[in-house]
Design a binder for this molecule. Structure first.
Ligand code: KIV
Ligand code: ZN
Length: 538
């Protein structure tokens, strides 16, 4: 492996250097771009919009909404976010990722242009590994690409970010040259990606400081740290301490491979240890962090690990007697964060079986969830069914129902009309399902190695859609024996990977709903591809 440098390469070290002045720290959320690159995650436009709306409520400064040239779906999602979230008063600026090719930059701008504030993020790899094996370009060619890509982006917008991909494995002198070139071409933010999570905090901090000293111009420095060694948050904080004034983060630490620095960790570290970052402030409303974490977990199908910092369900749980005693006597004995400050509090019961449509819509509005039309009608019907089975409906339950219905409403796919299962310790598990699509119904009965398996096989037969099951997760929305089971199913067919979710007090029904929802997405992708083929012709 070619080492970029160690701290001895860099004149001066962060130790002993006075920290830069405080000031506003830009929080740049890339959950919808880098986060969506996590294996198996595939969000639809409606789901991306819902996450973007919640990110706006969280108060991030930028939403990187996607990579418009990557696919038509990505383009449409970035455009939809730019047009809706990006035009709301006080909304975050919307950003799109682009390679240096001029066509990519133009396409990126076409997706973004309707936002009130839009940024193009241009990147190219600069490490020897990437240049030799992927780009097949030499240094002069990369410099020329930087110049042309960034200049083109500047023709569209004054807000241009540039990233030398794999910066932490790039020889220092070449990286400085690349960065100077990008500033001359018009970049206003220089993002330093630790693409493969190779950085070590003091080394990464020293790198940021060195760039500040060696690259002249009017720009802002940014961090983008991956978590391959579990150091993404630590490296990000080292970058801030060294003078970076933008952090690129993902909700729940999602992202390629081991993920990116987690939004909630970086924000809370800056807040709880403000003494280490004098005067550095963000506009994040920390009380919204738990909600955005739950929403992203539900829509992506990536559950949050129980012991995840800040947003994990055990982050405020105390098991040992000594700890429990201490916390009961005074919370500060074993907790440095107030659960309420991150929205991790006992959520009030909002509705019951006698609540009407108005109260339902009103509760959703208070929770900041906007859902209208058929989606609202279906969610209300589901709520009523649930209220018959479950005495207390909490905000978490409502969020889960709405997340399922939003996904379903979007795909106009199959509906699960009925499900009947039999099984247990004696006899073969069997399921009969009735599904409908566009008014036509079909029924199938199948055996399986358990009731969930039997239900999935029956759905496969009734829908006629064959797919490989690549992921299946079950979690409970709240505690108690009548808790809602939340199931996420991931399927793969014909090169497409999709996920579907289902919630119910019965985990077999939740699984069947999730399976039907995933199948509907596959069908929609298949139909979209077929339509394109017809448009393009033989
Ligand atoms: O990790 C990375 O290098 C990236 C760039 C595109 C910024 O995600
Ligand atoms: Zn990345």
């Amino acid at each position: 492996m070619i080492d970029r440098h160690d701290t001895t390469d860099i004149p001066g070290s962060p130790t002993g250097t006075p920290p830069p002045d405080g000031g506003h720290l830009i929080v740049f959320d890339t959950t919808l771009r880098d986060g969506e690159q996590s294996p198996g995650i595939s969000l639809d436009t409606a789901e991306k919009l819902e996450i973007a709306e919640q990110l706006a409520r969280v108060g991030v400064d930028y939403i990187e909404a996607g990579f418009p040239v990557a696919s038509q779906g990505d383009f449409e999602a970035v455009q939809a976010i730019a047009r809706s979230v990006g035009t709301q008063p006080g909304a975050p600026a919307i950003c799109g990722l682009s390679r240096t090719q001029l066509g990519d930059v133009d396409r990126c701008w076409a997706a973004l242009r309707d936002a009130d504030r839009a940024r193009i993020h241009v990147f190219i790899s600069t490490s020897p590994q990437h240049m030799e094996h992927m780009l097949k370009m030499d240094e002069a060619q990369v410099l020329a690409e930087v110049r042309s890509g960034v200049s083109r982006a500047r023709e569209h917008t004054a807000d241009v970010e540039f990233s030398p991909q794999d910066a932490t494995r790039t020889p220092l002198d070449f990286m400085l040259e690349v960065l100077r070139t990008s500033v001359e071409a018009g970049a206003t933010t220089l993002n330093i990606p630790d693409t493969v999570g190779y950085g070590i905090p003091w080394d990464f901090g020293a790198l940021i400081q060195h760039i500040r000293r060696e690259v002249p111009g009017d720009y802002l420095l940014s961090t983008h740290c991956h978590n391959d060694l579990g150091l993404a948050t630590a490296n990000t904080l080292a970058g801030v301490q060294a003078g970076a004034r933008q952090v690129e983060v993902c909700v729940n630490g999602l992202g390629e491979r081991a993920g990116n620095a987690a939004l909630e960790e970086v924000v809370m570290a800056l807040r709880i240890r403000a003494d280490q970052f004098p005067g550095v402030t963000t506009t994040v409303r920390s009380e919204e962090l738990a909600r955005v974490s739950r929403l992203v977990a539900r829509l992506t199908g990536y559950p949050v690990q129980y012991n995840k910092a800040v947003v994990g369900r055990n982050a405020f749980a105390h098991e040992s007697g000594i700890h429990q005693h201490g916390v009961l006597a005074d919370r500060s004995t074993y907790e440095i964060i107030d659960a309420a400050a991150v929205g991790q509090v006992g959520r009030q019961i909002v509705l019951g079986k006698h609540s009407g449509r108005h109260a339902f819509a009103d509760s959703l509005a208070k929770m900041g969830i906007s859902i209208q039309g058929d989606g609202l009608n279906q969610a209300f019907t589901r709520f009523k069914e649930l209220a018959d089975r479950k005495v207390e409906i909490t905000e978490d339950d409502l969020e889960a129902i709405v997340a399922e219905e939003v996904g379903h409403d979007l795909v106009e796919g199959f509906l699960l009309d009925s499900l009947e299962v039999s099984g247990g310790t004696v006899g073969v598990p069997r399921a009969t399902v009735v599904v409908s699509r566009g008014g036509s119904k079909s029924e199938a009965t199948a055996d399986g190695n358990g009731m969930i398996d039997a239900a999935c096989v029956a759905i496969r037969q009734a829908t006629g859609v064959d797919a490989k099951l690549i992921g299946f997760t079950v979690s409970s929305v709240t505690g108690g024996v009548d808790a809602l089971g939340d199931v996420v199913v991931q399927l793969e067919a014909g090169g497409a990977k999709v996920s579907g979710r289902g919630v119910s007090t019965d985990v077999v029904e939740a699984s069947a709903r999730a399976y039907v929802s995933a199948v509907s997405r596959l069908v929609r992708i298949q139909e979209r591809n077929d339509r394109r083929q017809v448009e393009i012709g033989p």
